[in-house]
Design a protein around this ligand. Structure first.
Ligand code: THU
Length: 185
């Protein structure tokens, strides 16, 4: 197997690195001729190259540097990757009046929407500081993401150094959800 294939195989394995996602598992095979890697191993959706996945991870991790979290000292970073592969970053912003805290995901969502990127989201990734666990979006953030994202959109949850991740679709995280179309008539 060529070096490129070995790298891609490693990437596929890493997409499968969580036992949560085995139901989408497919047999591994040489992908030399293909430009992109299907993320269907874990979540039915679009395609990301190895480089794009690394970009997503880097941005989700780096976004934590923008966190303002003097009260909880719990930094969270978020990256929304658009279908154009442009990344919009967010971090949690806390307040002396604790209830005023805004999560990283909602910061990123509001940034995306107010910069004109209301749709065409490819995926969303988050990271906390814990090396052991991959944090997942809180309930309010799931609902806010639901307003703009396709239910099949993958949400990638990284641990603190990006060595672990879990991938779920928005549908997985927010089953039987209520959305804009439910108000239609
Ligand atoms: N936090 C997020 O940014 N995203 C979540 O999905 C969970 C919680 C933040 C809010 C607060 O600043 C800190 O983490 C502790 O709850």
């Amino acid at each position: 197997m060529c070096k490129r294939c070995v790298n891609r195989r490693a990437n596929l394995l890493s997409w499968e690195s969580t036992s949560y996602n085995l139901k989408y598992r497919r047999p591994l095979r040489c992908l030399a001729a293909r430009k992109t890697i299907s993320m269907q191993m874990n979540a039915p959706l679009e395609h990301l190259t190895t480089e794009e996945f690394e970009k997503l991870k880097r941005n989700a991790l780096e976004a934590r540097q923008r966190s303002y979290s003097p009260y909880s000292k719990f930094r969270v970073g978020c990256c929304i990757m658009l279908k154009s592969k442009e990344c919009i970053l967010g971090a949690n912003v806390e307040n002396a009046s604790y209830g005023g805290a805004i999560c990283a995901e909602r910061t990123a969502v509001v940034k995306a929407v107010t910069s004109g990127a209301r749709d065409n989201w490819l995926c969303l990734a988050i990271s906390g500081d814990s090396l052991e666990s991959c944090i997942s979006p809180c309930g309010i953030c799931r609902q806010v993401i639901r307003e703009f994202a396709d239910l099949k959109m993958p949400i990638v949850m990284f641990n603190g150094d990006g060595s672990k991740h879990v991938i779920k679709t928005l549908q997985d995280l927010l089953p039987l959800s209520f959305g804009p179309e439910d108000l239609a008539d």
